[in-house]
Ligand binder design. Structure first.
Ligand code: NAG
Ligand code: NAG
Ligand code: NAG
Ligand code: NAG
Ligand code: NAG
Length: 329
């Protein structure tokens, strides 16, 4: 697949559409019909409809050839497209072949063969891959919701040579809002910022192939599937999210502390209400004997401040159980 020099193009493109001369004789095999070229990302496949059946029962095979503008016709060597029984030639690549490069002008032709009989060649109009290809959406799209933003990472639909590059556009909309577009971007990582926090946005990404001068037309393109994501809080609401639980927790701690002090202060009355048993666990008894000694401080000696509320509550609330234990004795 060695291409001709590009400067030959303008001279040579005109002649390509010319049909092969028709040699209508009754021994002539009918030619394949409806040649179709599939160019999608890397995929390069020529297909056709088989020759109409005749009363010759020998198998029909097909031969495919290509040429660059100004060159001569060649058989494919790296892919099996000579004397094939199937009605398609996939020159995408298999083995060493990477198919046709993007910028060369290529023509293809096919004929049928049955025994010694051959059909006319049927020639497909020229194509230039980077011009005629349909570009698929970016691959491996990953969307990461951020603070009032969505960050997308993806990979290009396929690898291109240095004669072309991709540009990306993001189409996005709020569930009920009008669609908007950002781009073009050259990077395969895009941050949509200044979005509203805690909102669901849907987006689609599109890749466009941009040729550097030698590409003769604008290739087709397609959007990625719709995916929807909720943005996280922005900076201020983020702070709220942190402050609300912290505030609630602090309040609970203060309330627990207050309850605890009330218990200590009015321990006698509490004991009365709960009909406390005549005996009190040794540790508390000691504290009660010496009211000057601060209860909390004493407990703090071996406990972290966070634990103390729970420890003391468990001790203070135990008299009922002790009573039961005493009764059983
Ligand atoms: C079928 O074959 C015979 C001879 O083998 C030939 O004369 C005839 O024209 C053929 N019919 C068709 C429809 O091709
Ligand atoms: C090419 O493909 C045909 C089937 O279409 C097969 O019969 C043949 O063996 C293949 N040839 C090679 C060299 O792989
Ligand atoms: C490739 O695109 C050019 C320009 O749009 C068009 O003229 C040509 O027919 C296309 N080739 C094929 C094989 O579709
Ligand atoms: C594109 O090229 C990169 C690195 O050169 C390679 O890792 C990746 O597999 C290629 N992608 C395709 C679709 O060929
Ligand atoms: C897009 O959606 C279609 C149908 O819903 C699915 O067949 C296809 O695989 C999806 N494409 C990707 C890249 O997820």
């Amino acid at each position: 697949m060695r291409p001709p020099p590009l400067w030959l193009l303008p001279l040579l493109l005109g002649g390509l559409g010319a049909a092969a001369p028709r040699l209508d004789s009754f021994s002539q095999l009918a030619a394949p019909q409806h040649l179709k070229l599939h160019l999608y990302n890397n995929e390069q496949i020529l297909s056709w409809e088989p020759s109409p059946p005749s009363n010759d029962t020998r198998p029909v095979v097909y031969q495919v050839e290509f040429k660059y503008v100004g060159g001569s016709w060649h058989k494919f060597t790296e892919v099996n497209c000579t004397d094939i029984t199937v009605t398609r030639c996939d020159f995408t690549g298999g083995g060493r072949s990477k198919g046709f490069s993007g910028i060369y002008f290529v023509s293809l032709r096919v004929r049928a063969k049955q025994g010694e009989r051959t059909s006319n060649w049927v020639t497909l109009t020229w194509f230039q891959r980077y011009c005629n290809v349909t570009v698929g959406p970016p691959k491996n799209i990953l969307v990461i919701p951020g603070k009032g933003s969505l960050t997308t990472h993806f990979s290009p639909p396929f690898n291109v040579t240095k004669e072309a590059a991709f540009e990306y556009r993001v189409h996005y909309w709020e569930k009920t809002g009008a669609p908007q577009v950002r781009g073009p971007f050259k990077e395969s990582s895009i941050v949509l910022s200044n979005l509203k926090p805690f909102r669901v946005y849907c987006l689609q990404i599109e890749a466009q192939l941009i040729g550097r001068g030698k590409i003769m037309c604008q290739p087709g393109r397609s959007l990625s599937n719709v995916s929807c994501h909720e943005t996280a809080a922005d900076d201020t609401t983020g702070l709220q999210v942190i402050l609300i639980p912290v505030g609630t927790f602090s309040l609970l701690l203060v309330l627990t502390g207050a309850c605890f002090f009330l218990f200590l202060r009015y321990q006698g009355r509490v004991k009365y209400w709960f009909q406390a048993p005549p005996t009190i666990p040794g540790q508390i008894k000691e504290y009660l004997k010496d009211p000057d000694q601060p209860f909390l401080e004493a407990l703090d000696k071996d406990h972290s401040p966070k634990d103390d509320a729970w420890d003391s509550v468990s001790i203070v609330s135990s008299p009922e159980k002790e009573q039961d234990v005493l009764r059983t004795l």
